[in-house]
Design a protein around this ligand. Sequence first.
Ligand SMILES: Cc1cc2nc3c(=O)[nH]c(=O)nc-3n(C[C@H](O)[C@H](O)[C@H](O)COP(=O)(O)O)c2cc1C
Length: 482
Amino acid sequence: MLHHRLVADSLTVEQDACAVILNRAGRCVRLTVPGTALLTVLTCLHETGFTEAELNRVVAQSRSPHLMAFWVRLAAGLTAAYWIETTVLAGEEKLVRLQPLTPAPRLGSVPGTARLSDGDVLRMAPTAVLRFGEPMPTLESGAAHHVAHVEDPRVLDLLVGLRGSATVGDTCRSSALADRDARAVLTALYDAGLLSAERDTPAQAGAADYWSDWELLFHARSRLGRTRGDYGGTFRFRGVRDPWPGIPQGFGADELIELPNDEGASRSLLDVATSRCSIREHDTENPVTAAQLGALLSRTQRVRFAREVDGYGDILRRGYPAGGSLYELEIFVLANRCADLDQGLYHYDSAWHGLRRIATGPGDLEQLSQVAQVTAQMAEPPQVVLLIAARFPRVMWKYDAVSYAVILKNVGALYDALYLHATDLGLAPCGLGGGDSDLFSAVTQIPYLECTTVGEFILGSRPVNWQRPSLPAWHPEAGGVA
Ligand SMILES: Cc1cc2nc3c(=O)[nH]c(=O)nc-3n(C[C@H](O)[C@H](O)[C@H](O)COP(=O)(O)O)c2cc1C
């Protein structure tokens, strides 16, 4: 048996002169049915919900011909647009509750009812994730618009039974649930896209094949539409904990190695932007200098402005934009070969424009350097690697759902600034797409959940006669059509 209810949280049901209006999470639906019967039914559907039989009875009792004519399509449309939470019941007992995420902006088209046959082979959808949280486990997927709350442990057994080539019939027969109830659960989860049937597997590969479960969940939950719970700048820890300070303390030695203040001369933006490219070779005779490193860090990462804002904490300004002016990214300099700077690992102190040495053990620098060298496929170790680490709680204090996504966007903004200024300074820049955050934590002994690497950027001196490698014939810029 199915029990339906309008999504309970933060939804309002109101009526104005000509329509009943449903409002939730910025989504609004106006329903124009004459009379007050619709408002009465929707209010009950919101407050207590109905089983299908109860709902039909209430609509019939309303004696509103308009509502009776309209209701079946409206209920299906509301369900299809994720306004209705459905619970599968076995008598009075709840088995599984399908909580819709954000409603669709418009009413959905009426869906066909899934017909699972006895011989169908069902599986968990490839991107479905079963999470054992409190009070009961949930089944969710970035591809689905519902989260299934497992309310009865027999449903878990049912899901575990979906293995190998077990058919719907086999699975239901071996379930501790009554056959009809087991089928209702499977149908509801299948309709929600949390289970898939073998017969649905398309012959052609599709976009869905590319997604891993956790990447899809990260995408879906960090964008409006399929988010779960609060979203954006909610200041979730305001009044609970102090925000993390803008300028970190305690990274590296007390002694500050001051960097030169000269930011160097600059070419036109157009010239720099059009000549920018990634360079994976360095001039071994003339390595990058501490002065050049200082100029680059000053132009990009140096703090240019800082202020404490009541109820918000410190806001900063640097040479690139950052979400919320929080500037959670820190740069650690791995200097392999840098003129006027000892080989070592340093934290760039962006307030004092200097470096603070980080104590390292034997082989640490080589390991960190090797990861970058392999990632850029360089023949020689890079002269300098900028290890970009995020102080996660600084962002997570403010944002719900989007913190990590915001951090990665900030890394992109910093990469671009580093590319442009390194090009302007005549250096060899190359951003990297991966690195070893665990190794960084082990070397620096900074706790992984507090601050670790989210980006890496190689820097060196540009070989004197370096020229952009000629493009392969197939490349569009070389006249090809690929
Ligand atoms: C986010 C990002 C990740 C990158 N990852 C790598 C990488 O892992 N290894 C590498 O050699 N180059 C990497 N690059 C450099 C790109 O390969 C390069 O920007 C691209 O081929 C275009 O060439 P261009 O920069 O010379 O214009 C990365 C660049 C960016 C922006």
